[in-house]
Design a protein around this ligand. Structure first.
Ligand SMILES: *Cc1c(COP(=O)(O)O)cnc(C)c1O
Length: 467
């Protein structure tokens, strides 16, 4: 391990870990930069909160107008070890002095192997593994499909309702939601087949009392496999907790049922842990909660603490079924990103961050779960560890209320708390705080969110709901 003294990394004073509003949100400088951006940047990029960041540290984002936001986004589950994590900074800075790139397909460096070694050892599944590194999550998903096809000689890929797997041509086809991800971008690859998922709140058949959502969904999955011929499927790709689809924890038994179906039909089970993995849910991998191991496990997002890195880790016989030269990429496993990942692994070593994720869940549950009973607009509080969500819908009819998710999120933003929305209906507010966030900062942000929900519930008669 290379240790560089802290004070060589930066001379700047630490960013105060507290919320602070210096101007309206967005402030004048951000407004000016945003106007300039519109003149230069493709309109295809959306923005959740149009403030320009000057610095970020721990659980705080500071903008160019001097506002400090509590970060409940972590750059979409990326900076789990905290923004500008000191260990990540030190390792990357040291690597920056040595070399920035060789391309691993041209000449080698050991940090690539060491990242693979850690993932082989720590991903679920007590079998011999190999790993391949890439840069983005979508690349990891695409390469898992390539590997499964090469290993099985089959073409079809089974995916699920409310799934999100990326924005590349294949992965957007695997993603369920049309707008914004697929709209206008077809034609899409034909070999992607979608099956039912086991959403406990919106189970198939209307969630009748007493029905087992996992059993119902698994029966539907079997029917879908039978329709296409189970022997036509190379892979089934599933998120252990669905991310963009709404932070949906599948009904207990669903993942293990998929494991059984995959085994029965010789289908490669690919666990997409890109959002839920790397400690986010209080275990290193979210599939551990169900005791289910994919044949292949995918990681990205939090893997390298903010540097672009993704990985496909799987059974050695699958990973080695690809012809030499069949996998790669110019930037795949970039050396700066590998050093960042090794720093992230060190951060997870003593178990503190996993304990923090569980403590974040306990505090958020205490503050937010009562809103289900109190307000009549929150259908569910759900999630695991530091991957938590509120779904806004009529608790009786489940009529989604995206209007409330939007207005509550906007109210949080105006008060210096960065929240994200998600869900097929856009009616879910999700929380993804860095695992290093102090309890004080967390509780300040939760209090802002809670009072924004209470205010919105008071002002919003159910008749305001969109038809
Ligand atoms: C974000 C995400 C991806 C895609 O990752 P990118 O790095 O954006 O390509 C794939 N799967 C899941 C579950 C994700 O959350």
């Amino acid at each position: 391990m290379i240790e560089t003294p802290m004070d060589t990394a930066t001379a700047a004073a630490p960013l105060p870990q507290s919320r602070h509003l210096a101007t309206a949100v967005p402030g004048p400088r951000s407004l000016q930069l945003h106007a300039e951006r519109a003149e230069q940047v493709s309109a295809g990029f959306g923005t959740v909160l149009p403030v320009f960041v000057d610095r970020a540290e721990g659980g705080i984002l500071a903008d160019v107008d001097g506002n400090r936001f509590i970060d409940f986004a972590s750059g979409i589950a990326v900076t789990s070890v905290g923004a500008s994590n000191p260990r990540v900074r030190r390792r990357v800075a040291a690597q920056l002095e040595r070399f920035t790139h060789t391309c691993f397909m041209v000449t080698e460096y050991d940090s690539f192997t060491q990242v693979c070694r850690w993932l082989n050892r720590h991903t679920p599944g007590a079998f011999d593994k190999r790993t391949a590194l890439f840069s983005t999550g979508a690349e990891a998903v695409e390469n898992a499909v390539k590997i499964a096809r090469a290993a099985t000689g089959r073409a079809n890929v089974l995916v699920f309702d409310e799934a999100y797997h990326g924005r590349s041509l294949l992965t957007m086809a695997m993603t369920a939601k049309v707008n914004p991800y697929r709209l206008n971008f077809g034609p899409l690859p034909a070999e992607v087949v979608r099956a039912a998922s086991a959403n406990p709140l919106r189970a198939p058949g209307g969630g009748a009392a007493g029905a087992d959502p996992a059993a119902a969904a698994l029966a539907a999955v079997e029917a879908t496999l039978a329709e296409h011929g189970p022997e036509s499927f190379a892979a089934m790709v599933v998120e252990p907790i669905q991310g963009e689809g709404g932070f949906i924890v599948p009904a207990p038994g669903f993942l293990s049922g998929l494991r059984t179906l995959a085994d029965r039909h010789g289908i490669v089970l690919v666990m997409d842990e890109i959002q839920a993995g790397m400690g986010r849910t209080g275990t290193l991998f979210a599939s551990e909660h169900e005791g289910v191991a994919g044949d292949i496990t995918l990681t990205a997002k939090a893997l390298a603490g903010g540097l672009p890195l993704s990985a496909v880790t799987g059974r050695a016989e699958l990973m080695n079924a690809v012809h030499t030269g069949g996998l790669g990429g110019t930037y795949a496993g970039n050396p700066l990103a590998c050093e960042a990942a090794l720093a992230v692994f060190e951060e997870f070593e003593d178990g503190t961050l996993l304990a923090n994720a569980r403590a974040i869940e306990a505090a958020a549950r205490e503050v937010l779960e009562p809103l289900v009973e109190q307000t009549g607009v929150v259908a569910q509080f759900r999630g695991r560890g530091a991957m938590l969500a509120l779904e806004f819908a009529d608790p009786e009819t489940l009529q989604p209320r995206p209007d409330l998710a939007q207005s509550i999120s906007a109210s949080c933003h105006a008060q210096g708390v960065l929240t994200l929305t998600c869900g097929t209906y856009g009616n879910v507010i999700r929380l993804l705080p860095p695992l290093v966030m102090s309890e004080e900062l967390l509780r300040d942000g939760l209090a802002v969110l809670r009072s924004a929900v209470l205010d919105a519930a008071q002002n919003a008669a159910p008749s305001d709901a969109p038809a």
